[in-house]
Design a protein around this ligand. Structure first.
Ligand code: F3S
Length: 394
């Protein structure tokens, strides 16, 4: 890989031990994947934030970096943490877990990282532009930024994202290159999708079929950004889809090469079969919406459904701190809390320790959450649309 004089100096340790160590990691990655050079990144999103996922070794690594004065060079956001960073006590998050989670956040803050923990950074002040090179980690955020925005990122691991943030560059390979952004399979959709969970079910089915290919969808007439984030999140979870195109909807769909692709058809039967497959439980102890993190529109939909009503079981909607603040101002938070629900910020059902909080069956409208909850959180899952989930609790 070609390195500039300045990059050679970093490798020689002239910019300190931390830079040398992290830059070396990027060079190794670039060598493995055949990158020709490093490219500057406009922003970074770092995964590996929840104490549940990284444990003591991760915490010690981050504190070590922070104590050595590591500082990020570009706008850097974080993936969801293991708890609501402000209201964790009120929602019943365990005290010793909270103590360690707060130490992690402190280490990130010392490095200059924005302590905004969300998988929808693009809704919370970190919006890349078309064709901008970025280094993001969380799979649904990677899918959304590549596919819906047309920015360019590989799916970074926690350490490689942190290295990109501190060095300000990433190796030029994979989805940073136009030739690797071409579709490799065509998906013909022949069923009307109505709810966000329908998009999640479609994403789950397609992800399982295509693994890490790049789908080109036809037959999807319309989809709002909430539905696109649900679709991409599920495809990235059941498969490893980091980029998709949709005819007439996503920005690169018109310009990619789509001749001669193998075709997979998805109809009513496949969608119904996916709902059946993803349901492993009945009668949820808790309903958790907001995977990926809810937009203001999704929060307002929940508020509308529960206005002047009383919920029988806990209902959470997970979101970013920014969306929660907007919801507070709009009065949605008050409506939801009056009904007995909660807007939980900074975390989500998968990275928080819900199994330690006594929940055994969780209701979700997300294909991604339905995919991970049984393994990560030992939950039985009720997968349905928001109407059925919330009406079941009224
Ligand atoms: Fe986000 Fe958690 Fe879902 S990180 S995409 S809400 S599993």
């Amino acid at each position: 890989m070609h390195l500039t004089k300045n990059e050679e100096r970093i490798l020689n340790g002239e910019k300190g031990e931390v830079m040398e160590r992290l830059f070396r990691l990027l060079v190794r990655l670039g060598d493995i994947y055949g990158a020709d050079k490093m490219i500057p990144v406009g922003s970074v999103q770092v995964a590996g934030v929840s104490y549940k996922s990284i444990g003591d070794p991760g915490l010690e690594f981050l504190e070590d970096m922070a104590s050595k004065n590591a500082k990020v060079q570009v706008l850097t956001y974080l993936n969801p943490a293991g708890m609501d960073l402000e209201n964790w006590k009120e929602y019943g998050f365990p005290e010793d877990f909270a103590k360690n989670q707060l130490r992690i956040m402190d280490a990130f803050k010392k490095m200059g990282i924005v302590v905004t923990s969300t998988c929808t950074p693009y809704l919370a002040g970190n919006l890349p532009r078309f064709r901008e090179h970025i280094a993001w980690s969380e799979s649904s955020a990677v899918s959304f930024s590549n596919s819906v925005i047309g920015a360019r990122t590989n799916r970074e691991g926690g350490p490689s994202a942190l290295a990109a943030a501190i060095c300000g560059v990433t190796p030029n390979y994979g989805l940073h290159l136009w030739e690797n952004r071409q579709p490799t399979v065509k998906i013909d959709v022949d069923v009307d999708l109505v709810t966000n969970s329908d998009f999640g079910a479609l994403g789950y089915y397609v992800g399982q079929q295509v693994k890490n290919k790049i789908p080109y969808f036809t037959g999807l007439k319309n989809a709002n950004t909430d539905q696109l984030k649900a679709l991409g999140a599920a495809m990235a979870a059941s498969g490893a889809v980091a980029l998709y195109h949709i005819e007439n909807l996503t920005p690169e769909a018109d310009i990619v090469e789509k001749k001669g692709l193998e075709t997979i058809s998805v109809g009513k039967k496949e969608l119904k079969g996916t709902y059946t497959k993803l349901n492993s439980g009945k009668d949820p102890d808790i309903v958790i919406l907001g995977c990926p993190h809810a937009s203001l529109r999704e929060i307002s939909q929940l508020a509308e459904k529960v206005k002047d009503k009383k919920l029988k079981k806990p209902v959470w909607i997970c979101t970013s701190r920014m969306m929660k603040e907007a919801s507070d101002r709009m009065g949605f938070t008050e409506i939801i809390e009056k009904a007995g629900g909660n807007i939980v910020a900074d975390t989500c059902m998968v990275v928080s320790p819900i199994e330690q909080m006594g929940y055994k069956t969780t209701g979700v409208n997300s294909g991604k959450a339905a995919n991970y909850l049984p393994g990560f959180c030992k939950q039985n899952v009720v997968f349905a649309n928001i109407d059925d989930l919330v009406e079941g609790q009224l």
